[in-house]
Write a protein of this length. Sequence first.
Length: 513
Amino acid sequence: LGPLKGHTEPVNCVLWSLDGTQLFSADHTIRCWNSDTGESVGEPWKGHTDSVTSFSLSPDGTKLASASWDLTVRFWDARSGDPIDQPLQHDEAVHAVTFSPSGEFVASGGSDNKTVRIWDVENVEQEGTSMEHEKGQFGLAVTRDGKRILSGGRDKRIKVWDVETHELIEEWESHTNWIFCIAVVLWSLDGSQLFSPSVDHTIRCWNSDTGESIGEPWKGHTDGVNCLSLSPDGTKLVSASRDKTVRFWDSVDLTAKPLTTISGHEDTIRGIAYLPGGTRIATCSRDKTVRIWAVENGEQERTSMEHEGGLYGFAVTRDGKRILSGGEDKRIMVWDVETHELIEEWESHTNWICIIQMIEYLPGGTRIVSCSNDKTVRIWDAENGEQERTSMEHECRVYGLAVTRDGKRILSGGEDKRIRVWDVETHELIEEWGKPVSCVLWSHDGGRLFSASFDHTIRSWDSNTGTSMGGPWTGHTAEIFSISLSPDSTTLASASRDKTVRFWGACSGDPIE
C-alpha cells in the first residue's frame, strides 16, 4: 500500500470507530480512514479553525464530538462527516471533551479560566454554573454512574463535582505537582477506587466515594508519570514515565512499591497498553520505537518497531492484532503485533502526530464532556451542541478528563494539580484530590482509581470513598508519564522519566521484580 496523503497540519489525535473498521484523525480538520486499506473515506470534515485537541465517539457510534484550540466543541455525524448544529463556545482553547455514560450531557474543561462546564446535549445549553479550580486544568473524567465529575491540574488537587448541582463535593490533595491527564487515570474494576499519575513522580490511589487518598503515594518512578493501565483482572497497575521505565504495581494490596521495573527505552515513554490476554504490554517512546514486552519476565519480544522520529502516541486495535503509532516523522504506521512487521504506512501529515487516543461519550451517547484551556469542564448535548447547565471550573488549564463507568461522575485534572470529581447531573464538585497528577487510570470494575504523579509515585484509591488504599507505590525515580492495567487486572505497568518500565501488583501496589 502506497503512502496516503491527507492532513496539512500537525495531527493531534486518532480514534478507532467502535467496530474497528475505521480510523479518525485530526489536525484542524477531521479525516476518516478505512483501517484495512488505509484509504481515505470521503472528504475532510471542515469546521474548526485551529487544531483539534481531542474527540470522542458516542456510545452508539453515530456521532463524533471534537474539541479544539479554536475555543469550540463541535458535533459531527460519524457516518457522513456532516456537522451537527452550531459549535459550543468556550472562552479559551478546549483541551478535552467527553460524553457522560448516558450520553445526555458532555463535560468540558478549560485551561485558562480554570473551569469545568457541563452541557445539555439535547438543548445545547450549559447546565448550571462553571466548576472552578484555582489554576488551569489538564484533565477531567465523568464517573460511570454519571453523577460526578473529577478534574485536576496545576493546583495539585483532584476535585469531585456533583453533576446536578455543580457543587464541589470533595477535594483530594494528592500529588506535589501538576495533574496532567485524567483521561489516562484508571478506575478499579469495581469502581471503588481511582488511580492517578502525576509529574511529581508518583501514583496515588483514591477512594472514589470519599476522595480520600488510600495509603501513601506510590513511589518508584524518578520522573513524571505519563499514563497508567489496569490489568483486566484489576490486580495490577502499570505506569509509564519520563524516566524511560515501565513499572508494575499491586492494585489489590496497594503496596506503594513497584513490583517490577522494565528498562530498555532510551527516552521518555509516551504510551503503554496491555495486549489482550494480559501477558504482554506494548509501549511507545520518544526514542522512535514501539516495543512489546513479556509481563512475566520483563523481556522485550523480537525487535523494536522503528520510526524515523520520536513517538508521541499509539493505539492497539480491539482485536489486539495491530498497533498504530505516530510521532515526529509525520506518519501513522500500522504494525503486526505478532511479527512486528510494518503492514501499512500512512503519510498523511505535515507535522508531528502528537497523540493517538480514544475519548468516550457519556453513557447513552447523547452527551459529551469536554475540558479546555479556559479552565472549565463542560457537558454538551450531542444532538444540538448546546452546553448543559454551567461549566465546572478549575483554577488553571484542564488537560484531561474521564467518565466513570456508570456515567454519574466526571474526573478532571490539569495545571492546578488537583483531580476534581463532578456530579454529571448537577455539575457540582463532589470531591477534590489535591497533588499534581500526570495520569489517572480506572480499574476495570471502576471500584478503584490509580494515579501517577510527578512525585514519582503511584497511588490506589477507593473510587467510592476517595480514600487512598495503602501507601504510595514507590520505585520510580522520576516523573511517571503512563500507566496501563493488564487485561486480567493483576498487574499494573508504569513508564517513567527515570528510563524504566515497572510492574506492580495491581491490588497490593507491590513492585513485581
